[in-house]
Design a protein around this ligand. Structure first.
Ligand code: ADP
Length: 189
């Protein structure tokens, strides 16, 4: 199973990505988790993430390419969460990693959630997890970055016929059931 999870910050890509990886026996790769693990001692990198800006593609690819390659070698698949996040990253992932070239994607799961719900979820998460980028100001900036940089990917993957839009504004088990149903229909088609 090779999937991309697409959706605004707070839409549940991570929650459902982990569960899908477990179900299908592939590796869940969260670009945000990879970056958060790499920022210790790297103040420049930490700055991008704390501000809610995208880190430069060279930094991202240097970290992610070996992880993606290991995942494919080990399990033949992956659930990529938070990556690619721009058209430029999608094109570079096609060239450098083979994503959707020889590593054909089964689907791109796109989680749809209204902005006011996203903001509320991230502010709640801030109280539980204390993520430095879950402040109102940074959340609003991350949503704006999503709109400008990531949203165009929805159309990009829709045109390729692999987009699976799912309503992410439901209880988690219902979202997951919808994802599975959409995937079952696609994979057995
Ligand atoms: P969210 O989707 O809730 O914003 P993530 O954990 O996916 O959370 O990302 C957190 C931060 O990590 C982003 O705001 C950005 O700074 C950085 N980041 C994650 N993925 C990428 C990416 N593909 N390209 C550039 N920066 C990224």
């Amino acid at each position: 199973m090779r999937l991309l999870m697409l959706g605004p910050p707070g839409s549940g890509k991570g929650t459902h990505g982990v569960r899908l990886a477990d179900d299908y026996g592939v590796v869940h790769i969260s670009s945000g988790d990879v970056l958060r693990a790499a920022i210790a001692g790297d103040t420049r990198l930490a700055g991008y993430v704390a501000r809610g800006d995208l880190v430069p593609d060279d930094v991202l690819f240097k970290l992610l390419v070996p992880i993606m390659e290991r995942a494919v070698a080990k399990t033949g698949g992956f659930i990529a969460d938070g990556f690619p996040r721009t058209l430029a990253q999608a094109e570079r992932a096609y060239r450098e990693i083979g994503i959707d070239r020889h590593l054909k994607l089964d689907a791109v799961v796109s989680l749809d959630v209204p902005d006011d719900v996203l903001v509320r979820r991230m502010l709640d998460r801030a109280q539980q997890q204390g993520r430095a980028d879950d402040t109102l100001e940074v959340i609003q900036h991350r949503l704006a970055v999503y709109c400008a940089e990531t949203y165009p990917l929805i159309e990009y993957f829709r045109e390729r016929g692999i987009l699976l839009p799912v309503n992410g504004n439901q209880p988690p088990d219902d979202v997951y059931a919808d994802i599975k149903e959409a995937l079952d229909q696609r994979v057995t088609k």
